[in-house]
Design a protein. Structure first.
Length: 634
RNA sequence: GCCGGCGUAGCUCAGCGGCAGAGCAGCCGCUUCGUAAGCGGCGGGUCAGAGGUUCGAAUCCUCUCGCCGGCUCCA
């Protein structure tokens, strides 16, 4: 006898019947048993505890979406007979289904398909699970020339194959599914894109239709609003709008960023902060060139293993030079300029080093994926006995920096030794342990990615969540057992003999370009006061107050505040206020005859709030406080 | 790279076989203004590029270039 918990909270004991027969709940969706989702058509298990989920349960969402994917496929086969089906899973934000259409379809077709899906939902067609013997299944799929399904079938073990039928639509599927199409009420098709069969570029290009589905209309609408918000915050739109940067493909080159004055201003603030904090944390800043001889890259191994991501060589005086894709070989070269004693370690070299990597044109994306970018790089060279403390220090430092930029939620990923690796197992274990202790010591939530480390060492990656809850991988802390070997790095130990140091690569922000793009989206262009390229704009009410406005701006500049007086525009105050708001400038100081007479300024915040006349000193103090605290508030 | 979509003024877009358009931005005037667009005028284009179809192409066809979405969520 198993215990079955019904959605109402009631408990039933049952045996020998299916869940569906046991309950009458209209919106029952699936069953949770031993952490696994079961179909309601399954028989109640012999013993244990099973919980019946309704469409409103978050655990049932993937079942709901999976069924939505089937409804999509059903609609497509009705409208486009002969379309071949591939796969249609539920994903993080919804679902998709991959098809091979006999002719291309476009966005306009999505509306038609959606209409057809609505009909299928209205018809409230029951989904039935059918078990078909392998030979029969194969014949069935062959008959319909479902080549992709046949391929999938060949990989499924067992002699009885699970299919789902909804009306005239039949699909190879392991389930589980909702009992009936009528339960999928709130869905929308979103996008159309190409996708390779099984993600393999050598195989067929299919058409993927993305959609999403939710238990309630409110959730669906909330999701659609979220999507709209993400679209509005797109750094590629905000960048030009706020005059922060541009990427000029035709003239300058794909993936190469031009930082305009306001973007450069922000970058400079980030860099200054970064450098100051690194000095405080015991790092030493270095500068290294953009190109280096082929010998360097030969020694580092980049020419053997990384060449397809490097720019072609530049030949000067018969010597080949390569644009650097990484900074590490240069830092190692600095290390090797003299014999190092164990007393000197750890050495921490940091650099905002601009590197160039070839990326396929199709993957370039605004600032987030570029070909020339500045890593906030550092290499820590230390003794084996220092590893644990060093890692702990880096992690703590990383979190401090990320928090300073307004990120509060982090997830860490610990990637361990892969099958193919270099170095010895004892070093790997020691390093991996150090990484693990550090994340645990900092109380960070983390996941282990077994075997996902690079061939040269284990690593920790830190993912942050932005204001829209989107994850971004920023920090990476990576051991390297390869380069110290290749460059024969040594230090002299207390025993007077040479020893091999440990080397750790780390980047906190990743690259300045990408980080900046993420910041733009995180803040939606409304940067906190300490980062805002222009912190204050001073607006004269009319021509008579121009001298006063300029004097106010001058005093603010004098106090180290980034201020501008807009006195040359010849526009109305209304126009200037609107412009300042659109530029998302934190503080707007309006100067009219009253303020000029009393030596005050009328303070308006970028939120639109009018705070009335204030003495300038008070405003200065307020801005200073906002800068020191690095808050997002004004 | 591949699949689909899209390239028209600095920006956002309309026009989709018959004279290349609008709004914003820019320039020139007038207006001197109290918290999200004052008024008028002017300039601005190889309609991404090349080839083709046609009496006639921004519009239809082919190729090239560029941009956007996606190509690691596995019946």
């Amino acid at each position: 006898m198993a215990r079955v918990i019904l959605p109402s909270g009631e408990t039933r004991e049952a045996q020998g019947i299916t869940f569906l027969e046991l309950i009458h709940q209209g919106n029952a969706a699936a069953v949770l048993f031993n952490g696994k989702l079961l179909d309601l058509r399954e028989p109640v298990p012999e013993e244990g505890e099973a919980r019946v989920l309704t469409t409103a349960d978050p655990e049932a969402l993937e079942v709901l979406r999976h069924t939505a994917a089937h409804i999509l496929a059903h609609a497509v086969t009705r409208l486009f007979p002969g379309t071949k089906l591939a796969i249609g899973p539920a994903i993080a934000d919804g679902f998709y289904y991959d098809f091979l259409f006999s002719e291309p379809i476009s966005h306009e077709d999505l509306a038609r398909i959606e209409e057809e899906m609505k009909k299928i939902v209205e018809q409230n067609i029951p989904l039935e699970r059918v078990w078909i013997p392998r030979a029969e299944a194969e014949r069935l799929l062959r008959e319909r020339s479902e080549v992709y399904k046949l391929e999938l079938l060949s990989e499924i073990p067992g002699e009885e194959i699970s299919f789902y039928r909804q009306g005239e639509f039949l699909d190879l599927c392991r389930g589980p599914h909702l009992p009936s199409t009528g339960l999928v009420q709130h869905f929308k098709l979103l996008d159309l894109a190409g996708a390779y069969w099984r993600g393999d570029p050598t195989r067929d290009m299919l058409t993927r239709i993305y959609g999403t589905a939710f238990a309630t209309e409110e959730e669906l609408e909330k999701f659609l609003r979220w999507r709209e918000e993400a679209r509005r915050r797109d750094h590629r739109a905000l960048g030009p709008q706020l005059d922060l940067f541009s990427i000029q493909n035709d003239m300058v080159g794909a993936g190469l960023v031009l930082w305009h004055p306001r973007g450069a201003r922000i970058r400079r603030i980030i860099e200054d902060f970064w450098v100051a904090e690194h000095y405080k944390a015991g790092y030493q800043l270095v500068y290294t060139p953009h190109i280096g001889r082929s010998r360097l890259w030969q020694t580092s191994g980049h020419l053997d293993f990384y060449r397809e991501s490097m720019y072609a060589p530049i030949v000067i005086e018969g010597q080949e030079f390569f644009l650097k894709p990484m900074n590490c070989p240069f830092h190692i070269a600095i290390y090797k300029t003299k014999t190092r004693s164990y007393r000197e370690l750890p050495l921490r070299y940091c650099e905002l080093g601009t590197v160039y990597r070839f990326e396929r044109s199709g993957v370039l994306h605004g600032l987030l994926r570029v070909r020339g970018f500045t890593q906030d790089d550092a290499h820590i060279i230390c003794r084996p006995d220092q590893v644990e403390e060093e890692i702990r220090g880096v992690l703590r430092f990383a979190l401090y920096i990320l928090r300073s930029f307004g990120f509060a939620e982090f997830t860490a990923y610990l990637s361990t030794r892969p099958e193919k690796f270099i170095g010895d197992v004892a070093d790997w274990d020691r390093a991996t342990e150090a990484l693990r202790k550090a994340v645990e010591g900092e109380g960070l939530a983390y996941q282990v990615k077994t075997g996902e480390g690079a061939f040269y060492g284990p690593k920790i990656d830190i993912e942050v969540q932005d204001s829209l809850k989107r994850p971004w991988q920023l920090t990476t802390i990576q051991f390297d057992f390869n380069l110290p070997e290749r460059f024969d790095m040594t230090f002299v130990g207390p025993d007077g003999r040479p020893h091999r140091p440990y080397m750790i690569h780390r980047a906190l922000l990743g690259s300045l370009e990408r980080f900046f793009g993420i910041l733009v989206e995180h803040y939606g262009g409304a940067f906190p006061v300490w980062l805002a390229p222009v912190q204050v704009v001073v607006l004269p009410v009319s021509e008579a107050e121009i001298p006063y406005a300029e004097k106010v701006a001058g005093e603010l500049l004098e106090q180290g505040i980034r201020a501008e007086a807009w006195t040359k525009e010849g526009k109305t105050l209304r126009w200037l206020v609107r412009e300042a708001q659109l530029q998302k400038i934190p503080y707007i100081l309006v100067c009219g005859p009253r303020e000029a007479a009393e030596g005050k300024v009328a303070l308006r915040l970028r939120t639109g709030e009018d705070q009335g006349p204030k003495p300038l000193d008070e405003v200065v103090l307020r801005i200073r406080q906002a800068v020191c605290a690095r808050t997002t508030g004004l």
